[in-house]
Every structure is written in structure tokens, then in C-alpha cells.
Write a protein that binds this ligand. Structure first.
Ligand code: SF4
Ligand code: SF4
Length: 99
């Protein structure tokens, strides 16, 4: 799935490198090669490739990663593609809404 992209700068993914212990789990579980390890800690190298699946955050023991999985633009576009409906994230009107 590496290479799949949708919109720029709408992903909710955040990484707090100060909490990272360099375990590499995020690198191993991310299906879109969003992370690499640099100087013993993870960095985000391709934020816009993130599809907000949540796997990295679920596997990050120190809680260095936050992502709003299953909501927002990524989920809306995936659901739209699967169902043939218009994308709707259900977040319209919120301060973080991009629409
Ligand atoms: S899973 Fe968390 S602690 Fe492990 S390398 Fe990734 S960000 Fe760092
Ligand atoms: S939420 Fe999923 S796609 Fe996004 S960085 Fe984490 S594992 Fe990769």
C-alpha cells in the first residue's frame, strides 16, 4: 500500500519525539512507511501518506504518537471509495474541519 495518498496537510498524526524510546514498532506496523528511525528515535518522513489507521499509536508503548483513527478526512475518503458515496467525515463545523 506504500505510495497511496489523498490530501495534503489534513492528517491528525502527531509524534512527540521526547517520549520515543526507539523501539521501532511504529516503523514495523505502519503500512505506509510514514516513519524512520533517526538518531535512535522515530521521525515522521511522510505525514501525508498516513491513512490514520491508528496501528502506530496502538503499538507505541510510551504514548509518543497520537492520531485520530477512524474519523476525519482519511476515514471519510476511504469510506467514500469503498461505498461510492460522497465523502463526509462527520466533523463539519468543528474547529479542525478542513471542509
Ligand atoms: S513506537 Fe513509539 S516509542 Fe517506538 S519508535 Fe515509534 S514513536 Fe518511538
Ligand atoms: S496511523 Fe497508520 S498509516 Fe498513519 S502513521 Fe500510523 S500506522 Fe502509519
Amino acid at each position: 500500500m506504500v505510495g497511496l495518498r489523498y490530501l495534503s496537510n489534513v492528517v491528525s498524526l502527531e509524534l512527540d519525539r521526547s517520549k520515543c524510546n526507539g523501539c521501532r514498532k511504529c516503523v514495523e506496523v505502519c503500512p505506509h512507511a510514514v516513519y524512520v528511525i533517526e538518531e535512535k528515535r522515530a521521525i515522521i518522513v511522510d505525514r501525508d501518506a498516513c491513512m490514520e489507521c491508528g496501528a502506530c499509536a496502538q503499538n507505541c508503548e510510551p504514548g509518543a504518537i497520537t492520531v485520530r483513527s477512524g474519523v476525519g478526512c482519511a476515514a471519510a475518503f476511504i469510506y467514500s471509495a469503498l461505498t461510492g458515496t460522497e465523502p463526509c467525515c462527520g466533523d463539519s463545523g468543528s474547529p479542525t474541519c478542513c471542509g
